[in-house]
Write a protein that binds this ligand. Structure first.
Ligand SMILES: O=C(O)CCC(=O)C(=O)O
Length: 298
């Protein structure tokens, strides 16, 4: 099938756009999980979180969206139907929806704490800030490393992408660029863009909106899947990722949360009762990615 993926339309499945590897059989074997992460740059863990918890979180968030008139009146809130030309509703960080007990039951679930305790072989912490997203029609996320947004503390931060519902590829799924965390072809990208900090440098965060361009310039292949409630996709700060475009008339609900070893310093922008978040980025006219790329020669 043809998939809208940012500025590209790509055939899926194909040699350059395939299926994520299911690593759920390795849960319980932390050494194997760490080796797989080192090899692939991600772990896809179907059914890690209790499905009921994820669906309860979904229901609560969509109720909140319905109360805030973000959904088409008269449609079941649970379907998340968005109005024509609907705007993207901001649910991130301090939004009350991220503090609801049913929502935190999923985002800070015991399953995630147990998983990362074993994976790090020590106590984990999770950032208080939650990147809860209701992604609207024609919206997508461009290719980026998370280090440019949250690289001031531990370099062992793991992003955990949690689909809050059934998310087929045309609904806007997260995609990983396999090998981007260590393949030699990405070395220059890691040494330039990968050293940026959006609050210090005030440069646009996404490296590219064109996933095919990434493959042509650096190599690798894109991987995604049809996600189901309870699935988890986790990866490190230097794994390039992006999302396919939501071409449906329903909001794509998902949340990205972060874990790291509790003994290591945490990026203070994302910690505490009301995390300060990005305090400088985009507050004044910044540098375009095109300009920065020219400077870096990538
Ligand atoms: O959900 C998305 O569209 C983007 C998520 C993301 O970039 C992340 O999890 O770091």
């Amino acid at each position: 099938m043809k998939v809208h993926f940012g500025e590209s339309v790509m055939e899926y499945p194909s040699e350059v756009f395939g299926e994520l590897t299911d690593s759920s059989s390795l849960v319980g074997d932390p050494r194997a999980l760490r080796e797989r992460m080192e090899r692939d740059g991600y772990l896809f863990l179907p059914g890690l979180i209790d499905r009921g918890k994820v669906l309860a979180a979904r229901e609560r968030i969509l109720d909140y969206m319905a109360q805030n008139e973000a959904l088409v009146p008269g449609t079941p809130a649970i379907d998340g139907v968005m109005p024509k030309d609907g705007k993207t509703i901001n649910l991130m960080g301090p939004n009350p929806a991220t503090r609801e007990p049913e929502v935190l039951q999923a985002l800070e679930s015991q399953e995630l704490f147990d998983f990362f305790t074993a994976y790090y072989d020590e106590a984990p912490l999770t950032f208080d800030y939650k990147w809860l997203r209701a992604v609207g029609n024609e919206k997508f996320t461009g290719s980026h490393f998370d280090v440019v947004y949250m690289g001031r503390g531990s370099k062992r931060v793991n992003t955990v992408w949690i689909p809050l519902g059934d998310i087929p590829i045309e609904h806007g799924t997260l995609a990983i660029c396999e090998g981007s965390h260590r393949a030699p072809g990405f070395e220059r990208l890691r040494a330039t863009y990968g050293r940026m900090d959006v609050d210090r440098d005030n440069v646009q965060g996404w490296f590219s909106e064109n996933p095919e361009e990434i493959l042509e310039k650096f190599g690798g292949r894109w991987l995604t899947t049809h996600f189901r409630p309870g699935d988890v996709l986790t990866f490190g700060l230097y794994t390039l990722h992006a999302s396919t475009t939501n071409t449906t008339n329903r909001f794509r609900l998902s949340c990205d949360v972060r874990f790291q070893p509790a003994s290591e310093p945490a990026d203070e922008r994302w910690i505490g009762e009301s995390p300060k978040g990005h305090y400088a980025w985009s507050k004044t006219p910044g540098v375009s990615m095109a300009e920065a790329r020219e400077r870096w020669g990538v």
